[in-house]
Design a protein around this ligand. Sequence first.
Ligand code: GDP
Ligand code: MG
Length: 175
Amino acid sequence: MSEEEKIAYVFKVVVIGDSAVGKTQLLSRFAKNEFCLDSKSTIGVEFQTRTVSISSKLVKAQIWDTAGQERYRAVTSAYYRGALGAMLVYDVTKRQSFDHVARWVDELRAHADASIVIMLIGNKADLLDSRAVPAEDAVEFAETENLFFFETSALSGENVEPAFLKLLQEIYDVV
Ligand code: GDP
Ligand code: MG
């Protein structure tokens, strides 16, 4: 059997959050183990995939990127349709991107399945000197809203793999 034939599940995951928090770079890091230094804002690519082993089954993660619509708050309900998981990303150096997280949770509650698994991500954790969001604030918010939480760096790769794998494992455990 080819790898494609051995895939037991395909999980759609959406990546959301304010513009420039590092959504596209997180996705490239997970899907291709790449970080692009001079990345332009996303155009074109709708999703990337990576197949991983979860509880001894091959799971293909189909991870959707917002393609820049987040600027106009124009992420459509089609984007959320069928999504089993969401990576909700803010930038630990931009307080505003964290203050907007509640709005993104409202978006998910309005447009996505009630059972969607949400992973809150504080990205750019490598920028230690310019931190504007204490991890405790995010931990508290995540507990209140029932979200999982990781701080990551798409640049160094720190915690990117554990965050995606945890999300996929949680989805696997609920489906
Ligand atoms: P998006 O608009 O949310 O998709 O953000 P991008 O992925 O395009 O990243 C926006 C900017 O932040 C780019 O200049 C990236 O190089 C930078 N960036 C993304 N992730 C990280 C990170 O983990 N650390 C640092 N230092 N910069 C990052
Ligand atoms: Mg992008």
